[in-house]
Design a protein around this ligand. Structure first.
Ligand SMILES: [Zn+2]
Length: 852
C-alpha cells in the first residue's frame, strides 16, 4: 500500500521534532452514509522552531488546514495520506477540518447495518495505524497525548469511548452531542469510538482505586444470546488478580467490553473500551474450547490495560513483548484464578503448536524482529509474536524465578507508568531483582530464530538395563543455534491398558548432547517422555521403544498433557516427513474415542483434516478419506448425547464428507428424519450440515437462499456466502472469485466467509484455473485493497487444496520473478509456498509406506 507506510526512521525523526500535548476531536456522524465530518485541533510543541514535519490523515477530502492561525491550502499540503506542516513554531495549534470515510474492512471506523432491524452500528479499530482514518493524528505509539472526543450522533444511540460516556446534549430533532472528558495521556492506537443503538448490561467491580463501572455491549439483536454474568465474573477475577500481581491499581476510569460485528481479530485492548469479536456472543451451542478461549481473550485484553496501555512500547519492534506478556499473564490468571486449571495444557496444544508451525516457515524471524516500517508489523501479528514469545516468557519466569519476576514487574510498572519503554527497560528490572545475567539468555532466545529438536538416545544391555542415555539436540538447516532448556523427563510403565508415570527427572539440557545419568543402571522404561510437563520450547521425538509403546496404548495416559505431547510429537514427525501420513491417521482415529479435553480434540480433528487433504500420497487419499469419514460418523453416533465430543465429531464429519450417501445422512440430520440423541440442530448446526451438503453437490442455491431467509442475520449472510462458495461447480468457484477478489463490495466478514467456501473443494481440480489467476492478481490486490483485506485474499484464495507440484512451481516462479515486490506480500506468498513444499515431502513419505 504505497504512500500509507511509515518507516521507523521517519517515526524517530518526527518524535525528535514533535511533543504532542492534546487533541480535541469533533466528529459528526450524521452527515451521510458514506462519510462523516472530522475536525481535529491538536496542540503540540517543537524544540526546533522553523523546521517542518507532517501529520497523518487518510480522508476523502480536507476542507481546511489552519496552523498557528495561518491557512494552508489542502490542495498542496494534503496528499490523501499525510498533511505537510511547514514552519513549526515552538508552541503550535493545528486545526484540520476533513471529510473522512466509513470503512467496511474492519480498519478505521467500520460501519455496519444490521439486516435484522436496519440499525447502524459503528466501531473503531486502530491498531496498527488506522486512527488516521478517523482523525488527523501523529500516528506512532511514542507520541502520547490526551484526547477529548466530541461526537454528534443520533440521540437514540449509545456512544462509547475511552472516557466515561457523558450525558448527551440535544442538538436538533433526533440528534445529540456527547462531549467526552479528556483521556489520560496515551498512545493513539488505543483510542476508540463505538456508537450505535447497542444494548448494554452494567455492573461494577471493587478495585484499589474504588468502584469501577463495568459495561458489556452488543447489538440489540444479539442481546438474547449474551451471557453477561459469565463475562463479568471472569472480568472481576482478572481485575483482582492483575492488581495484586502487578501491585498497581487499574489505570482507567471505567471498563467497557463491546462485542462488535464484522471484526477481523479476536479483540482489541482500547483503553477502558475493549472491542471483542461478536463470535464470542454464542447464538448456538459452541465447544468448550471456544468458551475457554473467550475467557482467555477477556483476560488478555484486561492485562493490556497495564502492559501496553499504561506502559507502552516505543516502537512496533516491541509488539512481541506487548502480546507475549498479555498471553503469559492471561494464561497464568486463567490457570490460577478461574475454573480453567488446565489452561497451560491448552496453551501447549494450541498456542505452542502455532508457534512451532510459524517457526518452521522460511519467513520465521527472531522474537525480537527488526521492524523497519508499518508493513513489517502488519504481517507480524503471528505465531512468533504471540505464541513463541509467550512460551519463551514462561521459560524466563522459570529462569529468574516467579517471585523475582513479579518483583521486577512491579518495579517496572511503578517506574514507567504512562510512559514508553523498550525491552531493555524490563530486562533491567528483572536482572536487578533476580541477580541473573539476561544478556546471554536474551541473545539465544530472543535474537535468533528457529526451533530445536530434542531426541532421546537410550542403549541397553541384553537384560534390558540402560547402559547409557542422553538427549541429543539438533537444529534446522539455516538456524544453527543450540539453546539451554530446563525440562523434565517422564518415565512411564505399562500397567494393564494404562501408562503410569513411575518417575520424573528434571534437568538442564544444553549443547549437542546431554547425558541422563539417573537412567543408567535402571530397567528401560516402557515409555520415556522428553519435555514431560511441557516446560521447554522444542520439538520432541520418542525413541523406538517409547514410540511403539505409545502407538500400542493410544488412550493409555490418564492426563491429557502427556497424551497431547506424544500426539504432538507424532504430528511433528508427520509434518517433517519422518513417518507416513497414514500412520498418523491411524493414531488419531485410535486416540479420539473418549477424548474429553476439548482443545486437544479440536486440535486432533484439525490435524486429521489437514493430513487427509494434504499429507497423504494421492493414491492413498480416497481410501483414507472414506475410512476417516466412516470412523468419524461411527464415533459421533456413539458419543455421549449432548457432549462436547458429539458436537465436535459431527462438525468434523460434516467438514470432511464427500459422498452422496454421507450428504444424504447430513440432510436426514438437518431435516430430522435421523436423530442423534442430544445433538441440537440449532442455527449453526443447520448451516454446518447444509454447507457440507453444498460442498458435496447435494444442496441447491435455492435451498441455501432459503436458509438465509430463515436466518436473516449478519452471521446468516456470512454462512450463506460460505455455503454458496463451497459448491463444487466451476461456476460457483468463479462467482466466489469474482465477488471476493475482483470486486471490493463485500465487507470483510462476508469476504472471509466466501474465501473459506472457495477453498473447500471435494474435487480439488476445480481450483486448477486459479493457479494462474491467483498469481496474476497478487500485485494488483496488494496495491488496491487495505492491508487486512489484501492479507486475507492472499492467504485464503490460494488454491492450497491442490497441494501439487505444479502449484509449488507456479508459486516459486512468481517469487523468483517478483523479488522487488513489497516485502510483506513476498512473505505471505512464500508462506503459501512453504506449506505446499512441506505437503509434497509428506506425500512422498506416505507413498513410500512404513519402511520408507
Ligand atoms: Zn493483545
Amino acid at each position: 500500500m504505497p504512500g500509507k507506510n511509515l518507516t521507523r526512521d521517519e517515526a524517530i525523526a518526527r518524535a525528535a521534532l514533535v511533543s504532542v500535548d492534546h487533541y480535541d476531536v469533533a466528529l459528526d456522524l450524521t452527515t451521510s452514509e458514506k462519510t462523516f465530518r472530522s475536525t481535529t485541533t491538536v496542540t503540540f510543541s517543537s524544540p526546533e522552531p522553523g523546521t517542518s514535519t507532517f501529520i497523518d490523515l487518510i480522508a476523502e477530502s480536507v476542507q481546511s488546514i489552519t496552523l498557528n492561525g495561518e491557512q494552508l491550502d489542502p490542495a498542496t499540503h494534503f496528499d490523501g495520506v499525510r498533511i505537510q506542516l511547514p514552519e513549526l513554531a515552538g508552541q503550535n495549534e493545528l486545526t484540520i477540518d476533513a471529510t473522512a470515510l466509513y470503512m467496511n474492512t474492519g480498519e478505521g471506523l467500520h460501519r455496519f447495518v444490521d439486516p435484522v432491524d436496519d440499525e447502524v452500528y459503528l466501531y473503531s479499530q486502530f491498531e496498527v495505524a488506522d486512527c488516521r482514518r478517523m482523525f488527523a493524528v501523529f500516528e506512532q505509539p511514542d507520541l502520547k497525548a490526551t484526547y477529548a472526543f466530541t461526537v454528534t450522533a443520533p440521540s437514540h444511540w449509545e456512544v462509547v469511548s475511552n472516557s466515561p460516556t457523558p450525558e448527551p446534549t440535544p442538538v436538533r430533532d433526533g440528534v445529540a452531542t456527547w462531549a467526552f472528558e479528556a483521556t489520560p495521556r496515551m498512545s493513539c492506537y488505543i483510542t476508540a469510538l463505538v456508537a450505535g443503538p447497542y444494548a448494554v448490561v452494567r455492573d461494577e467491580v471493587e478495585t484499589r482505586k474504588g468502584t469501577v463501572p463495568l459495561g458489556i455491549f452488543c447489538r440489540k439483536s444479539m442481546l438474547q444470546h449474551l451471557d453477561a454474568d459469565n463475562i463479568f465474573d471472569c472480568t472481576k477475577r482478572g481485575f483482582a488478580f492483575f492488581e495484586n500481581e502487578f501491585d498497581s491499581e487499574y489505570p482507567f476510569a471505567k471498563y467497557d467490553q463491546l462485542f462488535t460485528p464484522e471484526y477481523n481479530m479476536g479483540a482489541m485492548e482500547n483503553a477502558g473500551a475493549v472491542t471483542i469479536n461478536e463470535i464470542y456472543v454464542f447464538r448456538a451451542k459452541v465447544t468448550e474450547a471456544i468458551i475457554e478461549r473467550r475467557a482467555l481473550t477477556i483476560l488478555h485484553e484486561l492485562a493490556h490495560m497495564w502492559f501496553g496501555n499504561l506502559v507502552t512500547m516505543k516502537w512496533w519492534n516491541d509488539l512481541w513483548l506487548n502480546e507475549s506478556f498479555a498471553e503469559w499473564a492471561s494464561t497464568t490468571c486463567q490457570a490460577e484464578a478461574t475454573q480453567w486449571e488446565t489452561a497451560w495444557t491448552t496453551f501447549g496444544t494450541s498456542e505452542k503448536a502455532w508457534a512451532y508451525r510459524q517457526d518452521q516457515l522460511s519467513s520465521t524471524h527472531p522474537i525480537v524482529a527488526p521492524i523497519r516500517d508499518l508493513e513489517d508489523v502488519e504481517v507480524n501479528f503471528d505465531g512468533i509474536t504471540y505464541a513463541k514469545g509467550a512460551s519463551v516468557l514462561k521459560q524466563l519466569v522459570a529462569y529468574v524465578g516467579r517471585e523475582p519476576f513479579v518483583a521486577g514487574l512491579r518495579a517496572y510498572f511503578a517506574k514507567h507508568a504512562w510512559g514508553n519503554t523498550t525491552l531493555s527497560d524490563l530486562l533491567d528490572e528483572l536482572a536487578a531483582t533476580s541477580g541473573r545475567d539476561l544478556d546471554t539468555w536474551s541473545k539465544l532466545w530472543l535474537e535468533t530464530a528457529g526451533v530445536n529438536t530434542l531426541r532421546p538416545e537410550v542403549e541397553v544391555d541384553d537384560q534390558g538395563v540402560v547402559t547409557s542415555a542422553r538427549i541429543v539436540q539438533t537444529y534446522a538447516e539455516g538456524y544453527e543455534t543450540l539453546r539451554p532448556h530446563r525440562l523434565a523427563v517422564g518415565l512411564y510403565a505399562v500397567q494393564g491398558d494404562a501408562l503410569v508415570r513411575t518417575d520424573r527427572l528434571e534437568l538442564d539440557v544444553d549443547g549437542e548432547s546431554t547425558d541422563i545419568p539417573e537412567l543408567v543402571g535402571r530397567a528401560q522404561p516402557d515409555l520415556l517422555l522428553v519435555n514431560d510437563d511441557d516446560l521447554a520450547y522444542a520439538k520432541i521425538r520418542l525413541d523406538e521403544r517409547s514410540l511403539a509403546t505409545a502407538l500400542a496404548h493410544p488412550r493409555g495416559f490418564q492426563d491429557s498433557l502427556p497424551r497431547a505431547l506424544v500426539l504432538g510429537a507424532a504430528w511433528d514427525m508427520t509434518r517433517d516427513a519422518e513417518t507416513p501420513g497414514r500412520a498418523f491417521v491411524d493414531l488419531v482415529l485410535a486416540s479420539l474415542p473418549g477424548e474429553t479435553d476439548s482443545t486437544l480434540l479440536r486440535t486432533l480433528l484439525g490435524q486429521l483434516q489437514t493430513t487427509v487433504a494434504m499429507y497423504l500420497a494421492p493414491e492413498h487419499r480416497d481410501e483414507s478419506l472414506a475410512r476417516t469419514v466412516a470412523a468419524l460418523k461411527e464415533l459421533a453416533t456413539r458419543a455421549e448425547p449432548g457432549s462436547d465430543a458429539q458436537l465436535q465429531l459431527v462438525t468434523a464429519y460434516a467438514a470432511m464428507l464427500t459422498s452422496a450417501e454421507d450428504a444424504a445422512y447430513a440432510r436426514a440430520l438437518l431435516e430430522g428424519t435421523e436423530v442423534l440423541e442430544g445433538l441440537a440442530i440449532d442455527t449453526e448446526m443447520r448451516w454446518t450440515l447444509l454447507t457440507s451438503m453444498a460442498a458435496a453437490g447435494a444442496a441447491s442455491e435455492e435451498e441455501i437462499r432459503a436458509e438465509r431467509e430463515r436466518d436473516n442475520t449478519s452471521t446468516g449472510r456470512e454462512r450463506e456466502a460460505r455455503a454458496l462458495a463451497a459448491r463444487p461447480s466451476a461456476e460457483a468457484k468463479a462467482a466466489a472469485w469474482a465477488a471476493g477478489v475482483e470486486s471490493d463490495e463485500l465487507p470483510n466478514s462476508v469476504l472471509d466467509a466466501t474465501s473459506l467456501g472457495f477453498g473447500r473443494a471435494v474435487d480439488p481440480s476445480v481450483l486448477q484455473p486459479y493457479v494462474e489467476k491467483y498469481h496474476a492478481m497478487l500485485l494488483d490486490v496488494w496495491e488496491k485493497r487495505t492491508h487486512a483485506i489484501a492479507e486475507g485474499i492472499v492467504q485464503q484464495f490460494y488454491p492450497a487444496a491442490l497441494a501439487s507440484r505444479e502449484l509449488l512451481e507456479a508459486t516459486q516462479a512468481w517469487l523468483d520473478a517478483h523479488r522487488e515486490a513489497p516485502a510483506a506480500l513476498v512473505r505471505l506468498v512464500s508462506e503459501n509456498r512453504d506449506s505446499i513444499a512441506r505437503a509434497l515431502r509428506a506425500q512422498e513419505r506416505d507413498a513410500a509406506g512404513q519402511q520408507g
